[in-house]
Ligand binder design. Structure first.
Ligand code: HEC
Ligand code: HEC
Length: 448
């Protein structure tokens, strides 16, 4: 009896000893990781990567002084983004009122189209996350509203100072001094209004995406009171116009912050929010793989333009409304017309890309693993991009297969905010089906 007691005690001591050891191994990994994150952060602290909570959004940068952030605007923009009722300028009448911003920016596909190219007017069908959308038969390939690059995500656009892959919009930051260039550009004349990039682009978006927003349509669809409550100080000619619409949409876009991702919870002190593999992947991201040499902003975006030589959308069979000479294939250079900017693209944010289905501006990759393999190889796939144009940080990384797996896990799950449903409205004022309202989409979405 005494003997077994003694044995039991020994086992208990051993177990506690082991547990102690395990906890401290984990702690060491956490300390090393936090140190690596701080070391590579442009502020010297891992706090640089902590995104604000949903109730702290007014601390975000780049808020337009003409459009202070309020809950009323966010709630209004949340419906406008999905509202198909403003889609009143289709090329063919049959598709009147069938498309919205979210036709190309689908929340469950990371606010990307869910297929290699988004289609708004001229598209029918949806599937689960946009993957089944297709061109309607009577539309020619240049009739549709489809752009020559993959749509960017809407997550964390609060950190973008010049929007689009080319950084075309906004008069500040990268575009200071480029007045002559934007005045000669087909869409960027709105930069002269002097707003921040989101406000600027979203004014023009109403034209580009064939929508009509004015007092009549706002009233008819049931939004008048919401505009009055959100913009009591905006003169009526601006309030019921693309300006009021843009201000609300911009406020909503700023609220799309992925602060519930495991990596965010981890940075806030919840050390078990990431598993071992994700932590190893994070370590690679910040050290050996040197991803932050380019992706160095709070949401791993950057307001710089880098050439990594990926293929263009025009290379994909069935790409609509684009060609080998599309100016968008030239990235920043397509806007500035400076050959040194050719093939340089804005560094995109990296959250909630798990279900995007297509990656890079030309949708040339289908999985995050393929993206990581591409960076690991450090070799341009696009023969048009001259070697001396490639970013000096785009180099082979010599990662092992296990390391590639770990880094992929970090991107896929640690940088994924599973609570993104909070950004989708329960309904829109018109009562229409969303994000699309054509017969086939309604069936797919279950609106009938
Ligand atoms: C036909 C598809 C389509 C529709 C509809 C659409 N977008 Fe986009 N969106 C895109 C594409 C493609 C890009 C990238 C274009 C580029 O870089 O040249 C983009 C880029 C953006 C960006 C820039 C993001 C960044 O990081 O630079 C914002 C903001 C945006 N869209 C907002 C909206 C809003 C708001 C609406 C509705 C008014 C809308 N979009 C409707 C396809 C679409
Ligand atoms: C030389 C700068 C640079 C480095 C280093 C870099 N990236 Fe990128 N990354 C970019 C640019 C620029 C793009 C967009 C390129 C394009 O589509 O033309 C991009 C795109 C991506 C995308 C696709 C995003 C989307 O919306 O399609 C992912 C994912 C990504 N990078 C992850 C990483 C990871 C992981 C690393 C480290 C292994 C890394 N990047 C290193 C510049 C860089």
């Amino acid at each position: 009896m005494k003997y077994t007691h003694f044995l039991g005690l020994c086992v208990a001591v051993l177990l506690v000893g082991c547990l102690d050891q395990q906890i401290s191994d984990e702690e060491v990994l956490d300390q090393q990781l936090l140190a690596a994150i701080s070391k590579t952060s442009i502020t010297g602290s891992f706090q640089h990567y902590v995104l604000p909570a949903d109730n702290q959004l007014t601390s975000l940068p780049n808020i337009d002084p003409a459009n202070p952030l309020t809950q009323e605007k966010i709630e209004l923009g949340k419906m406008l983004f999905f509202e198909t009722g403003f889609g009143l300028k289709p090329r063919y009448n049959e598709l009147t009122g069938t498309y919205s911003c979210s036709s190309c920016h689908v929340p469950s596909a990371g606010f990307t189209p869910g297929r290699f190219q988004g289609i708004a007017d001229g598209g029918i069908g949806f599937g689960y996350s946009g993957e089944m959308r297709r061109k309607e038969d009577q539309y020619g390939s240049t009739d549709v509203d489809a752009q020559g690059v993959r749509a960017l995500s809407m997550f964390n656009t609060a950190y973008v100072t010049n929007s689009l892959w080319s950084g075309t919009f906004g008069s500040q930051d990268n575009n200071v001094g480029l007045e002559a260039i934007w005045r000669a550009d087909t869409i960027a004349y709105v930069n002269d209004f002097g707003y921040k990039t989101l406000e600027t682009q979203n004014i023009e978006n109403y034209t580009i995406h064939r929508m009509t927003i004015n007092e009549e349509t706002i009233t008819k669809l049931g939004y008048k009171e919401l505009f009055d409550n959100a913009f009591p100080d905006l003169p009526k000619e601006q309030r019921y116009s693309p300006i009021g619409g843009s201000f609300a949409l911009s406020a909503y876009l700023r609220s799309l912050i992925t602060n519930q991702a495991p990596f965010q919870r981890y940075l806030r002190g919840e050390r078990s929010a990431m598993n071992d593999q994700e932590k190893k992947g994070a370590m690679l991201f910040f050290t050996k793989a040197n991803c932050t040499s380019c992706h160095n902003g709070p949401a791993f975006n950057a307001n710089t333009f880098q050439a990594i030589g990926v293929n263009d959308l025009a290379e994909i069979d069935g790409a609509l409304n684009t060609s080998k000479t599309d100016k968008r294939n030239f990235g920043r250079g397509g806007f500035t017309k400076d050959s040194r900017d050719n093939y340089r693209f804005k560094v995109p944010q990296l959250y909630n890309l798990r279900d995007a289905n297509f990656y890079f501006h030309g949708s040339s990759k289908n999985t995050l693993r393929e993206v990581v393999e591409y960076f690991n190889a450090g070799k341009a796939e696009n023969p048009n991009v001259p070697a001396d144009q490639l970013s000096s940080n785009f180099i082979p990384l010599n990662m092992t297969n296990q390391e590639i797996e770990d880094l992929t896990a970090f991107l896929k799950t640690a940088l994924f905010d599973p609570e993104f449903q909070r950004f989708i409205p329960d309904q829109v004022m018109s009562g229409n089906c969303f994000p699309n309202n054509d017969t086939w989409s309604k069936q797919d979405i279950g609106c009938n």
